[in-house]
Design a protein around this ligand. Structure first.
Ligand SMILES: NC(=O)c1ccc[n+]([C@@H]2O[C@H](COP(=O)([O-])OP(=O)(O)OC[C@H]3O[C@@H](n4cnc5c(N)ncnc54)[C@H](O)[C@@H]3O)[C@@H](O)[C@H]2O)c1
Ligand SMILES: [Zn+2]
Ligand SMILES: [Zn+2]
Length: 449
């Protein structure tokens, strides 16, 4: 994968950066890049989590960022977290991540300074980001599909790999724009009025933070696959995304929701979501598979299956081998399981991340059974976040049901390792900085690692 990363970099150099028509300066993944042109004039320093190589992320000292574009805001970060997607980055499976890139696409904070064209945000506002960066003016952004933004990502390789370039993402490699992330004490927010949502006083950071990704992403997976009253639903992966997708499926009126994983997370999910059924596939009887178990529980199969695991998690040796030698980038095992477990003419959605090609995909099952296979895309956060904030304010959803840990930013590299191993009962963490407010009542105490 490191070799693939190098090849990706060379390919981008050969193809040339597609930087025409950009709405913001991209590829400033650390303020200290390019001879310090993007550092704050005060010379102030900050802590930030940087990718330093495959399986090597570290807290480094770097410079505080400065406003580059008129529509920028500099945010003093009061909360961030680690995402399952960050683990893919740490593993180097996402191409075009470079040494020194600051990671983190989920964060909240206080506006510290604003660029001259900002009118709707003011210094001191409490805000949460959207992981995706919207220009606000292209046809996709106007349509509230900001992850398809045409003007915030200059990666030519992205366009070549997928046939169409997606929008920028904070702290997620140069494939998605090379923006510095918010696992830091400060972060630059380009096009800030499109990409920050004000947090009302009655909502603490520990709840608001998850509007940046987990809540909209899990909600999108359920809305986009058309989960409705009376449906039966199975969801692969009970990390924060799959766990919250189970919650939303229930809230949409699904009669039966089955969450699937291979560890303690099945019990955790069951303890937090009343009526949830689960399958821990590590404990299945000999000869039984996830789909056969689902058919036993719901004869004929479920109406909707959602894959919230991720293409890098091969189960069997064949895919492990093929991935190791670069014969495929993603396993097809979970998608095939979804196909086998879904009733004829049902729906299968993919919200877990997949990056490239896969082998042994059962296209026959897809075609013959008339299954509707839905790529959910990177979730269009801005499409949902106001509606979701309202639900948080009304208490219809409490995002802290997935919050199990609180760490200091100094410990965030260790939190990556916990997230990777899924040990220590970690589902989702809140990472504080020196600017954070005191812990909100009822949320986890600080753990030192
Ligand atoms: N599309 C988007 O907008 C978007 C946004 C955020 C995250 N994601 C992706 O969603 C996925 C889940 O994110 P997360 O933060 O919950 O990650 P996570 O790593 O915490 O959770 C993934 C879970 O899947 C389980 N799993 C692995 N293989 C499995 C299998 N074969 N069957 C069932 N479960 C299996 C793991 O044990 C783990 O509990 C990741 O791939 C992440 O990159 C996508
Ligand atoms: Zn995320
Ligand atoms: Zn746009």
């Amino acid at each position: 994968m490191v070799a693939e990363n190098m090849t990706a970099r060379l390919a981008e150099m050969a193809l040339g950066h597609g930087d025409q028509n950009r709405a913001a300066h991209t590829d400033i993944s650390n303020p200290d890049r390019d001879g310090g042109r993007y550092t704050d004039d005060s010379g102030a320093k900050m802590k930030a989590l940087a990718w330093m190589g495959k399986n090597d992320v570290r807290v480094i000292e770097t410079s505080k960022p400065k406003i580059v574009d008129d529509h920028d805001v500099i945010l003093k970060v009061t909360g961030s977290t680690v995402c399952g997607s960050d683990v893919h980055l740490m593993h180097g499976v996402v191409v075009q991540v470079e040494k020194g890139d600051i990671l983190g696409h989920e964060f909240c904070g206080v506006v510290e300074s604003v660029g001259p064209s900002i009118t709707k945000l003011a210094v001191g506002d409490r805000v949460v980001n959207s992981f995706c960066i919207s220009c606000g003016e292209c046809s996709y952004c106007k349509d509230k599909l900001p992850t398809a933004c045409e003007k915030t990502n200059a990666s030519t390789l992205h366009a070549k790999l997928y046939g169409g370039r997606m929008g920028g993402i904070f702290g997620y490699s140069h494939l998605t724009g090379g923006y510095a992330g918010g696992q830091a004490e400060y972060v630059r927010i380009p096009l800030a009025e499109n990409n920050l949502l004000k947090i009302p006083d009655n909502v603490p950071d520990e709840k608001a933070l998850y509007l940046s990704d987990v809540l909209p992403t899990s909600y999108h997976s359920v809305v986009y696959t058309g989960v409705n009253e009376g449906d039966t639903v199975a969801i692969w992966g009970l990390g924060p995304i799959g766990f919250m997708a189970c919650f939303w499926a229930k809230k949409k009126g699904a009669t039966r929701v089955i969450g699937i994983d291979s560890n303690w997370r099945t019990e955790y999910a069951k303890s937090k979501i009343p009526g949830l059924e689960t399958i821990n596939y590590a404990t299945l009887e000999f000869g039984q598979t996830v789909p056969t178990k689902i058919h036993e529980m719901v004869p004929g199969g479920v109406d909707v299956s959602i894959d919230a695991s991720g293409g890098e998690y091969a189960k069997g040796w064949a895919h492990k081998l093929e991935m190791a030698i670069g014969a495929e980038q993603d396993t097809s095992e979970m998608i095939n399981e979804c196909l086998y477990a879904t009733k004829k003419f049902g729906r299968v959605g993919i919200i877990g991340d997949y990056v490239g090609f896969t082998n042994h995909f059962n296209v026959g099952a897809l075609m013959e059974l008339g299954i509707y296979l839905i790529g959910c895309g990177q979730a269009p956060v801005q499409r949902y976040w106001e509606e979701l904030l309202e639900m948080v304010e009304k208490g219809e959803i409490d995002p802290t049901i997935m919050l199990t840990h609180r760490f200091k930013i100094d410990d965030i590299a260790k939190a990556y390792k916990l997230q990777e191993k899924r040990e220590e009962g970690l589902v989702k963490c809140f990472v504080e900085t020196r600017f954070s407010a005191p812990r909100a009542e009822g949320t986890p105490e600080l753990t030192s690692l």
